[in-house]
Design a binder for this molecule. Structure first.
Ligand code: UT7
Length: 326
């Protein structure tokens, strides 16, 4: 039994923050940001909207794309590092906004690997018969947890969401052909948000020292990311017996164009087969892969029958890869 993505949808905030805008906020330059990351602009959520609003919009669009009704969904999984609240889950806030039945809804906290983690969990639910159709959504409001005084992080992140309806594939050739996932918690402090949880609840000091914002050791993350992406891609290609050169489209997590280039090169995938959205959306963490998949579909680069590879890494330290016959 195989599962496949029955439909995709996104929620992309309208407000654009360019590199020139950031030059006015921190000591940086358009040239540095473009050459070191590949980012030209990113989106920022409107005041008054939350992560769960992006989830709801992306999910409604994915349902329409799949021609599936909200009442036909048996579970909702939201992948996010920027939840509306510590509890309940962002999925719980989003559920009534989408008009879903009283089905199980929950979040996955595995940062940028979250969408692929959610897809692997959804595959399990469908394969075991626990659910017929599962809505999964990667959604991030990173702009609200960014330290706008830290040039090492504030230039990187953007807001947005991407959702998919996962269901049974009508034939064995089409759908999720194989996947791999993993984590190494000993690297957790390379990229984290220290305060606001139960270890460091909010105090004047945590606020004063900006402990409620993203903390990252960029170049260490970079090194581990390249290794994790290479390993995950190698594993999924081995498991499915596919060679890098046979992949039609590589849709990686969009964190840094230099990480993407190194991963593609090591997997034997030419850059013409790599799909990039980082220039216009920056790093949207768990949302980046589904947003890029939808973008690729809309631009005509992603077509039925294509062999599509996705790979991600993120805080945790987590990683995952998946190969689909579209
Ligand atoms: O989804 C997972 C999330 N995280 C990532 O994927 C991040 C992975 N890491 C990266 O993408 C890169 O490490 C960064 C883009 C974050 C940084 O690039 P780098 O080439 O690793 O730079 P660096 O941190 O080694 O810093 C080099 C220099 C430093 O200056 P000095 O000490 O050499 O004078 C930084 O202070 O670049 C400086 N720098 C900047 N300069 C201008 C750091 N950020 C900026 C900036 N503008 N925005």
């Amino acid at each position: 039994m195989r599962t496949r993505i029955l439909g995709l949808g996104t929620s992309i905030p309208e407000q654009i923050l360019t590199n020139a805008d950031l030059e006015r906020i921190v000591d940086t330059s358009d040239e540095w940001i473009r050459s070191r990351t590949g980012i030209e602009e990113r989106r920022r959520i409107e005041d008054g909207r939350d992560c769960s609003d992006l989830v709801a919009e992306a999910c409604v669009n994915a349902l329409a794309d799949a021609a599936v009704k909200p009442e036909e969904i048996d579970a909702l999984i939201t992948a996010t590092a920027t939840a509306d609240t510590l509890f309940p889950s962002t999925a719980a806030w989003a559920q009534p906004k989408i008009g879903l039945r009283r089905i199980p809804v929950f979040d996955i906290s595995s940062a940028c690997s979250g969408f692929l983690y959610a897809n692997i969990v959804a595959e399990g639910l469908v394969a075991t018969g626990s659910a017929r159709r599962v809505l999964i959504c990667g959604s991030e409001v990173l702009s609200r947890l960014t330290n706008w005084r830290d040039r090492g992080t504030c230039v990187l992140f953007g807001d947005g969401a991407g959702a998919a309806v996962i269901g049974r594939s009508e034939n064995d050739d089409r759908g999720l052909l194989g996947s791999t996932w993993g984590a190494d918690g000993s690297l957790a402090e390379l990229l984290w948000l220290p305060a606001g949880g139960t270890r460091f609840p909010a105090t004047h000091e945590t606020v004063e020292h900006r402990k409620h914002t993203i903390h990252m050791c960029g170049n260490e993350v970079f090194k581990h990311a390249v290794k994790a992406m290479e390993r995950a891609v190698g594993e999924v290609l081995d498991r499915t017996g596919v060679r890098g050169e046979d992949v039609d489209l590589f849709v990686p997590h969009q964190a840094n164009v230099r990480i993407i280039k190194k991963t593609a090169e090591r997997a034997g995938i030419p850059m013409e087969k790599v799909y990039l959205t980082i220039h216009k959306y920056g790093n949207t963490s768990a949302a980046s892969i589904p947003m890029a998949l939808k973008d690729a579909e809309e631009s005509g680069r992603l077509r039925e029958g294509n062999l599509v590879l996705c790979a991600a890494f993120g805080s945790g330290f987590t990683w995952a890869a998946a190969l689909y016959r579209w």
